[in-house]
Design a binder for this molecule. Structure first.
Ligand code: CP3
Length: 345
């Protein structure tokens, strides 16, 4: 099937469909027994990311089980810091750890944006494998973290609840902070270009920590770098579709971001009111979202009724059905089937 005919691409091109295409953030993950088995075979999470054969396998697992309309490349937003020379490891049950950036000297140890490909070349191989292996109707999504979100991990060396270390560097050493944002922006462009060349039909830019930025900071460090990434990709690849996810920011912020970046779809969390999104976002672009991911843990009638409510709310315009954030490891795989059935029935 041609890329343009796939349901996900049709929605991203502005078409209103009777049943929206569906996929889930973190659809390849620990809630699936077959994922846990493959990860054990790989040794650990990072080895799995850098093993094209096994990364291809875990990307395909949720497609086989649920017949989603899109597959998302199995990798992580923190591979870019690693490719730039940061140390990266994952502590089981806690999350990522990296070397920190608190000074100009730390920043100077990082490599140039165009040096990332040696580390990341297995990821491009996974993309090529996936274009071979996916069912013809399934679209392939590549991705990267947005510069601000990636910077928060590089500066703090871990996830933090409030991103205080990154905000402190922004305020206390703005030249170092700005240089870091610029380096990540350029490396991300290089990384996404290679994913597109390898066969990604859509790319998604995850700004998971956009919500802690104030209005001015959000415009400068979330919207502006993303707009640059979009404009460079578009210039080289006019047909590539781009989804942005400015998680947790104000409605006004989401709207400005959507207009300024000129993305093809904006992903919204479960906290965003559907009526507001229909009126203000869906009138200018495709909207992706926004089922509360905790319903895949609790299940029941509420899962079915919420799935149908969201489908109905967005039925008048272009919509991609998804969760508000990633599926959690305690979700019941059978609840995902119930969600897909409720959506497609
Ligand atoms: O299925 C998919 O969505 C594709 C693969 C994917 C992963 N991470 C795999 C993963 C994608 C798109 C991501 C994005 C990502 N990674 C984000 C942005 C989206 C979001 O959730 O807000 C962020 C912030 C990260 C960084 C990251 N990776 C953290 C904080 C953690 C630890 C927390 C956790 O859930 O364990 C990870 C690990 C990670 N990335 C896992 C997976 C499947 C779990 C690792 C494991 O198997 O142990």
């Amino acid at each position: 099937m041609d890329t343009a005919d796939k349901l996900l691409i049709r929605a991203l091109s502005g078409e209103t469909l009777e049943t929206p295409p569906v996929w889930m953030m973190r659809q390849a993950g620990r809630y699936l027994p077959e994922y846990r088995e493959t990860r054990a075979k790989a040794g650990d999470f990072l080895k799995l990311c850098y093993n094209p054969e096994l990364a291809t396998e875990v990307t395909l697992q949720p497609i086989r089980r649920y017949g989603f309309d899109a597959a998302i490349l199995f990798a992580d937003i923190l591979l870019i810091p690693q490719a730039l020379g940061a140390d990266l490891w994952f502590v089981t049950g806690e999350g990522p750890r990296l070397s920190t950036i608190t000074s100009k000297a730390d920043f100077n140890k990082l490599s140039d944006a165009d040096d990332v490909h040696e580390t990341l070349s297995p990821i491009y191989q996974t993309v090529r494998n996936l274009r071979e292996a996916l069912p013809p109707e399934t679209a392939l999504i590549g991705f990267a973290g947005a510069p601000w979100t990636v910077a928060t991990y590089m500066i703090a060396g871990r996830g933090t609840p409030d991103q205080a270390p990154a905000l402190a560097l922004m305020n206390e050493k703005p030249a170092v902070f700005d240089a870091l944002i610029e380096l990540i922006t350029e490396a991300t462009i290089q990384y996404l270009v290679e994913q597109i060349k390898a066969g990604a039909e859509v790319v998604k830019i995850f700004d998971s920590w956009a919500g802690v930025l104030s209005g001015f900071q959000f415009a400068k460090y979330a919207t502006r770098p993303t707009a640059r990434i979009v404009s460079v990709l578009r210039e080289e690849y006019p047909h590539v579709k781009i989804i942005g996810f400015p998680r947790g920011t104000s409605n006004e912020g989401i709207l400005n971001y959507t207009k300024t970046t000129e993305i093809d779809a904006v992903a919204i969390g479960a906290d965003v009111d559907a009526d507001w999104a229909v009126e203000n976002l869906q009138s200018i672009t495709c909207v992706q979202g926004n089922l509360d991911q905790s319903l895949l843990v609790s299940g029941g009638e509420k899962l079915v009724s919420e799935t149908k409510r969201i489908k109905a709310a967005f039925a008048g315009g272009p919509h991609i059905f998804n969760l508000g954030h990633g599926i959690t490891p305690d979700a019941d795989p059978d609840n995902v089937s119930r969600m897909v059935d409720a959506l497609r029935s």
